[in-house]
Design a protein around this ligand. Sequence first.
Ligand SMILES: C[S@@+](CC[C@H](N)C(=O)[O-])C[C@H]1O[C@@H](n2cnc3c(N)ncnc32)[C@H](O)[C@@H]1O
Length: 260
Amino acid sequence: MSEQQTPGNNGNRQDEVTHFGFRNVPKSQKAGQVADVFHSVAGKYDLMNDLMSMGIHRLWKRFTIETSGVRTGNQVLDIAGGTGDLTMKFSDLVGPTGKVVLADINASMLEVGRSRLTDRGYAGNIEYVQADAEHLPFPDNQFNAVSIAFGLRNVTDKDQALRDMARVLKPGGKLMVLEFSKPTNSLLSKVYDEYSFRALPLMGKLIANDSESYKYLAESIRMHPDQETLKGMMEQAGLVNCRYYNMTGGIVALHVGTKP
Ligand SMILES: C[S@@+](CC[C@H](N)C(=O)[O-])C[C@H]1O[C@@H](n2cnc3c(N)ncnc32)[C@H](O)[C@@H]1O
């Protein structure tokens, strides 16, 4: 069956639907629609991140790095690494004897990441790879740590991605999933809903001339598995000692699991 044929008539993956924000789309189309979002926002991505989170994303990322236990000489994969915030920090930690792979499915995001890191003098221990989290082009047992920050939400088959991230970890290695999650307090939840569904698309329109992508952001966050569900999915993927840390009242959570 060619890419152009309509889904629904051959009983394979293309028949199945998944969500793209609040809409149902054929599974075969989700990655393309996510790609359109990130091609569109790549140039303004870092500015929008700072504005939308009022800079707080830097604290969420700092906590992720501190929890990672990454050390000199380690091999780290930052998948869905985008413009490279975590990669930069990992690069400092692993030093010249280690290696960090900044991988992303999207060529535009990867290009913004590569020029940003090069401009800041990062070279030598960073590799750039275009890759899908569901099908990682790396051998088994390669990395001491794998991170995916604000990326898992966009992946079509999250269970497959978690299994593949576990596969490329060395035994004893840690998977860190930093992602939007479910606020633990109902009042915070209401305020957050107002902010996400009204303010975010408006900011997207004014700053990136793209309200639809930021509407997708708000919707995709609501569709993402909550803390306990994601923890269960990590266990199903074969990881042990799975746990999570809520941040900013559960708006964001860091999930950590270890490969046995
Ligand atoms: C919100 S950005 C996060 C970027 C960066 N990790 C950060 O925290 O700033 C999400 C990234 O996930 C990437 N992405 C989406 N689906 C992916 C997939 N299936 N495999 C790898 N990367 C993916 C997008 O291209 C985008 O760069």
